[in-house]
Write a protein that binds this ligand. Structure first.
Ligand code: MLT
Ligand code: MN
Ligand code: ZN
Length: 306
């Protein structure tokens, strides 16, 4: 399985256009060593030819243009190697890129019922895009983790949904009141090698199901949004804790570092990293601490072979 990290940042990206935090302004003025990051998306493939886009970022156009493996095949007037799309939630940072795909529709989009509900009501992308060549072809994802599904182009890859505790976006009727399916992670298994990827860009709780996935995984791409639960409050950007936004802090008791290191996982990688997270500064104590714990920080353009 080939995994491309198209966007390793959380909503807003790094630097965020209106943000003057230490990381955003440090990057802008070249005062710190930190990589810019686009908003959250990955692509996976079993053969390197046919790709499944997982989450469609507002930065999708830039991401495709910077990724030769996703360029149109030679010999077609117009076309794409993206055979289907899978959404893990209905957040802006994971869905707005569907608008960018309008010239290449129809394309199949796999999502749960409640994500589809948000994307036909509060943020009606499915309705709007009907006007482009028939629009998005919706495919339902069940919430039972044993329900395998096979997105178009999956080849040897099997997908299982993993219901996660997180939150729904402000325009969702499920905001602060989630039901199973507002947020899923994905267990992706290569049938030939048996290798397992667990992708969970938004997760605030180590449920039994999450623990079970961590036991099985060879590679985990896990929610690295915030270093500390009160990071947005301490920066004066929000009155909400990370856990109220739906994100487990990386550090501290109940944090992602300790959780991930309870398991024997070959590659542990943080993804969906918010611009306020001090770990982004490559000379920070936090960055050194993460490395000492054998956990990687995803970056745009990173490739993982599993
Ligand atoms: C989140 O996951 O909480 C988002 O990044 C929020 C957003 O995109 O605005
Ligand atoms: Mn997000
Ligand atoms: Zn910032």
């Amino acid at each position: 399985m080939q995994i491309l990290i198209l966007g390793s940042g959380a909503g807003g990206g790094v630097p965020q256009w209106n943000c003057h935090c230490h990381i955003c302004s440090g990057i802008r003025h070249d005062e710190i060593v930190a990589k810019p990051r686009t908003q959250s998306s990955i692509a996976v493939s079993s053969n390197g030819e046919d790709w499944i886009l997982i989450n469609a970022s507002p930065d999708l156009r830039q991401q495709i243009n910077e990724t030769p493996k996703l360029w149109p095949e030679k010999g077609v007037k117009r076309g794409t190697r993206i055979r289907s799309i899978v959404l893990t939630d209905s957040q802006i940072d994971h869905t707005t890129g569907l608008l960018t795909l309008r010239e290449g529709l129809p394309l199949p989009v796999h999502c749960t019922d409640v994500v589809y509900e948000d994307l036909t009501t509060g943020f009606p992308l499915f309705n709007m895009l009907k006007h482009w060549h028939g629009g998005l072809q919706r495919r339902a994802i069940d919430t039972d983790h044993e329900s395998e599904f096979f997105p178009e182009g999956a080849g040897d890859l099997t997908f299982n949904p993993v219901v996660l505790e997180s939150n729904a976006p402000p325009y969702s009727k499920y905001r602060d009141n989630i039901v199973p399916g507002n947020n899923i992670g994905l267990k992706i298994t290569n049938k030939v090698t048996g290798k397992v990827l667990f992708y969970a860009p938004g997760c605030m709780q180590a449920s039994d199901l999450v623990k079970d996935m961590l036991k099985q995984a060879d590679c985990v791409l896990f929610d690295g949004t915030l270093w500390l639960d009160d990071e947005m409050i301490a920066n004066g950007f929000s009155e909400r804790l990370g856990t109220q936004m739906g994100h487990m802090p990386v550090n501290g008791d109940g944090g992602a570092i300790d959780m991930l290191n309870e398991y024997d996982i070959n590659r542990k990688v943080l993804i969906h990293i918010n611009n306020t997270n001090p770990v982004l500064n490559e000379n920070s104590e936090e960055n050194a601490y993460l490395q000492s714990k054998d956990i990687e920080l995803a970056y745009d353009g990173m490739e993982i072979n599993l």
